[in-house]
Design a protein around this ligand. Structure first.
Ligand SMILES: [Cu+2]
Length: 292
């Protein structure tokens, strides 16, 4: 059982204003099991469907989120959202569908911390997901009423928990948007591009030093670190793809495109570096040994 209390701390003595017991967590028919008999999985493998106990075909990765809408011959449309949750963001934060669409939401929790569960709930739709680290959870519904439906994380996952929200926009059937002309975005110069590349090279030096530390220790003896290294390697692969695109655009002297890809390349590097540093800290704190 839980109990909420509202306490006034404005005076010299704390004063209890309100006591609210919650009817949660009352144990019934409990079974005690000796702790050493239990071998729980620490976390799901990335993209795991806990219901089928296999990889979800709807898993997603950071930077790989997408929404796909397909329609059959009768004009019935289905939307699949390949989304992610990680402190402190739900991606995508805007989902656009048309009234009558069947919508399948799939959220992969990208967290590697064991207890960093995120939740998902949407106003007006009977949807509740509990998304434990690594898990890909899915829910399907028909968007049968036009409108704006807020969605949000239902776990108090971090200080920025309230940032984890977004909106489902259900367009009325047959709606025609009258759009204003597009406004030209920021343009970038060769100097901007070179500056970004310089930053990326410096970031790479950090990554290289962290990789050097990890591989010179017995990191394979630590499953947490192995998982982090696996994810970091993935991210670095994406960084290489973005770098190739930046290089190609720079060769064409298309500095705006080159700059955008160089920035994307850097984003992936930062994710890699972050995971690498967490792995390094873990090794330091858990007495990893040097190997030759
Ligand atoms: Cu959350």
């Amino acid at each position: 059982p839980q109990n909420h209390q509202l306490i006034d701390i404005s005076g010299d003595k704390m004063e209890l204003l309100y006591d609210m017991p919650l009817p949660l967590g009352e144990p019934h028919y409990a079974v005690a099991i000796k702790a050493d008999k239990l071998k729980p999985a620490v976390r799901y493998k990335s993209g795991w469907n806990s219901r089928t106990n296999e990889k979800s075909p709807y898993k997603s990765r950071a930077g790989r989120e997408k929404t796909e809408r397909t329609c059959d011959a009768e004009g019935k449309c289905t939307v699949h959202v390949y989304g992610t949750t990680i402190r402190s963001h739900i991606t995508p934060e805007i989902i656009e569908v048309v009234e009558g669409d069947t919508v399948s939401l799939h959220f992969t929790n990208l967290e590697r911390a064991e207890d960093e569960t995120h939740g998902f709930s949407m106003y007006g739709q009977n949807i509740q997901l509990s998304i434990e680290p690594g898990k890909t959870a899915s829910a399907t519904f028909v968007a049968d009423k036009a409108g704006v439906y807020p969605y949000y994380c239902t776990e108090f996952c971090s200080a920025l928990h309230l940032e984890m929200q977004g909106y489902l926009l259900v367009q009325p059937k047959g709606y025609q948007a009258s759009t204003a002309g597009l406004v030209e975005g920021t343009t970038y110069t060769e100097a901007d591009y070179n500056k970004q590349v310089k930053t990326n090279i410096e970031t790479q030096a950090v990554i290289d030093s962290v990789v050097g530390y990890i591989t010179s220790h017995n990191y394979k003896d630590f499953p947490t670190v192995v998982a982090l290294v696996e994810d970091a390697t993935d991210q670095l692969g994406f960084a290489d793809e973005a770098k190739a695109k930046a290089d190609a655009a720079a060769a064409e002297k298309d500095w705006s495109t080159a700059m955008l890809w160089a920035n994307q390349w850097w984003q992936y590097q930062v994710k890699t570096a972050d995971m690498g540093l967490r792995a390094k800290t873990y090794l330091e704190e858990n007495g990893a040994k040097k190997v030759k």
